[in-house]
Design a protein around this ligand. Structure first.
Ligand SMILES: C[S@@+](CC[C@H](N)C(=O)[O-])C[C@H]1O[C@@H](n2cnc3c(N)ncnc32)[C@H](O)[C@@H]1O
Length: 554
């Protein structure tokens, strides 16, 4: 249990408070920008209200940065001393960002710089994953295969998340000698099954959705069948399989790289998304790889109902094999006799590891007051984890952690911040909820801090995607904002309960967009002449740049 490196020390409370105060100072002015909705861009005069600059100035300052992140990084590093945050007043050292009287944005470069300095990474309050892993592992060998690369079957994002998180969870579990893990909001069990099959942990996956639990059970049952299939192929040379898999992975990698590149270029992913594993794989018909592949395909063509955030995913068998099941290709050079002895030993190990894997998917809606003993009969010292814990599930995970002595550690990554319940949001004043998702800390409670729904929605956007221009197109936002003015002026409606949805890509023109949207909203589109629709378009077209510039705020 003892590590050679001490665990990183968290900063003391006064330091954290000072940093939080600096962040709040910036956010107090910046939140109005984060909370503005592009749908209301023209109807609520968002640009005039919030920005005291020309759209061209904003675009000139932000566009190059968006296109060349590296350049921005360099500028940021140069400018960072400005912050002097460690010692002093943080972002107050920036030139004036907002006008004191009008509160409008007057310096976009300082705004971007301050936002960057206020990011979680740059506030200097976090411990890096590498540092934490080094401290947890100490001089111990990593239990799993450093030589196993992220798999190519799985959606890249999911693969990255599951692998990075599993590694950390396994290190914490090893450090504290823990075998039991509770995965809250486990969905279809990607993380849970990975932790159990690859790391031999006993995992309880809890999800509020029954269909997810069923899906997870079915998926796990099939994965276990793969294990059996793998073991019964005893005549198959494990090394040979490793070589084939390595070759296969290389080809997949090349093909996947090609597909990804094409995806970025065409920005049309529909076709690729429908591809099955066989679209990426070379032909190994008749081999064990082919059997495995067929089974893997069956596994992934199961029509599971997608709820919440869903991912196109698939695990390759190689990623479920314990590290000792697959020998590095270089071992092919050893003699046949040595190899057969090695294979015997290896098969034994694989068999032992697979039989000790336990993953139990359960259905339960978790709240801050959930009694884990009622849900898990053999609850013991455990870790509580969660990948993409939606809305209030993330804060409630932390609350459960602090209240249950059996839970020795927590590793949770929240998501869907728009689903967080906010205590100080005006709309919810009449609500009598006791445990709000936000804020959790006493300091923010005293401040009665509120982020607001739109700001939380913005927080869900993947910055990398927006930076690469993979967010919503300016034209689609423009169409929606102009439509809002038509709805307001022509139909006298300010609040719609219906949503227009994602129809932009299906429309041939602005006219088509407006007609289809009005139909969808249940409004009589026949009373609106074509010329009127086009008049609105012409009226706002010169101001499209404002919207483009405003959208760069992310
Ligand atoms: C975004 S999904 C993540 C699923 C899975 N962890 C993953 O990464 O693929 C969030 C999951 O949490 C579940 N969930 C949300 N709130 C919950 C609650 N209060 N108790 C239990 N499960 C919850 C949802 O049903 C959903 O499956």
């Amino acid at each position: 249990m003892a590590a050679f490196y001490p665990l990183p020390v968290t900063q003391d409370l006064p330091t954290l408070r000072t940093k939080l105060q600096g962040l709040l100072r910036f956010l107090r002015d910046a939140l109005s920008i984060s909370n503005a909705h592009t749908v209301d861009f023209y109807t609520e005069s968002v640009w005039e209200r919030l920005v005291d600059l020309s759209p061209e100035t904003v675009l000139a300052a932000l566009k190059p940065a968006a296109r060349a992140e590296a350049e921005a990084e360099a500028r940021f590093s140069e400018a960072r001393p400005l912050l002097g945050a460690e010692a002093g007043s943080g972002i107050t050292d920036f030139p004036r960002i907002f006008c004191e009287t009008s509160q409008r944005l007057v310096d976009v470069e300082a705004f971007a710089l301050a936002a960057k300095c206020c990011s979680v990474q740059n506030l200097g309050i976090c411990t890096s994953l590498e540092q934490l892993l080094a401290a947890l592992r100490g001089n111990k060998k990593q239990r799993t295969g450093e030589n196993l690369k992220p798999n190519e079957f799985m959606n890249m994002k999911k693969s990255h998340e599951v692998q990075a998180m599993s590694e950390l969870i396994c290190s914490i579990a090893d450090y504290y000698g823990i075998k039991q893990v509770i995965d809250l909001g486990s969905g279809k069990g990607y993380l849970s099954s990975f932790l159990s099959l690859k790391y031999g942990l006993n995992v309880y996956g809890i999800d509020s959705s029954n269909s997810n639990t069923h899906g997870a059970k079915e998926r796990n049952r099939k994965l276990k069948k793969h294990w059996k299939l793998y073991h019964t192929q005893s005549r198959v040379d494990v090394n040979g399989m490793a070589l084939k898999m390595a070759k296969e992975k290389k080809v997949q990698h090349e093909m996947k790289y090609k597909v990804d590149t094409e995806k970025v270029c065409n920005s049309s992913s529909t076709k690729q998304e429908k591809m099955t594993n066989s679209d990426f794989l070379p032909d190994y018909s008749g081999s064990v790889i082919s059997d495995i592949r067929i089974q893997m395909e069956n596994l992934h063509t199961q029509p599971y109902e997608e709820e919440n955030l869903c991912f196109v995913d698939a695990f390759s068998l190689i990623d479920f094999l314990p590290v000792d099941a697959i020998e590095p290709v270089s071992s092919l050079q050893i003699s046949n006799r040595e190899m057969s002895e090695a294979n015997k030993g290896r098969r034994k190990m694989v068999s032992q590891t697979s039989e000790s894997n336990i993953y139990s998917p359960l259905t339960s809606f978790i709240t801050a007051d959930s009694e884990l003993h009622d849900i898990i009969k053999d609850l013991e010292d455990c870790l509580m984890v969660g990948l993409h814990t939606c809305g209030d599930l993330a804060p409630n995970t932390l609350r459960i952690f602090t209240s249950k002595p059996e839970i020795k550690g927590v590793c949770s990554v929240g998501c869907c911040y728009h689903l967080l319940s906010e205590e100080f949001e005006k709309e919810h004043k009449e609500c009598t909820e006791e445990k709000w998702g936000f804020p959790m800390c006493q300091y923010l409670k005293e401040e009665q801090w509120c982020c607001g729904h739109n700001a939380r929605m913005s927080a869900c956007l993947a910055l990398e995607r927006v930076t690469l221009g993979q967010g919503l197109s300016t034209e689609s936002l423009f169409y929606r904002a102009v439509l809002q003015d038509i709805i307001k002026e022509y139909y006298g409606i300010t609040k719609c309960s219906q949503h227009v949805g994602k129809i932009y890509s299906k429309c041939s023109s602005f006219l088509d967009y407006v007609r289809r949207s009005l139909k969808k909203l249940g409004l009589d589109e026949t009373k609106l002449p074509e010329t009127t629709i086009m008049d609105y378009y012409e009226k706002y077209k010169p101001r499209m740049k404002e919207l483009e510039a405003f959208n760069m705020r992310h």
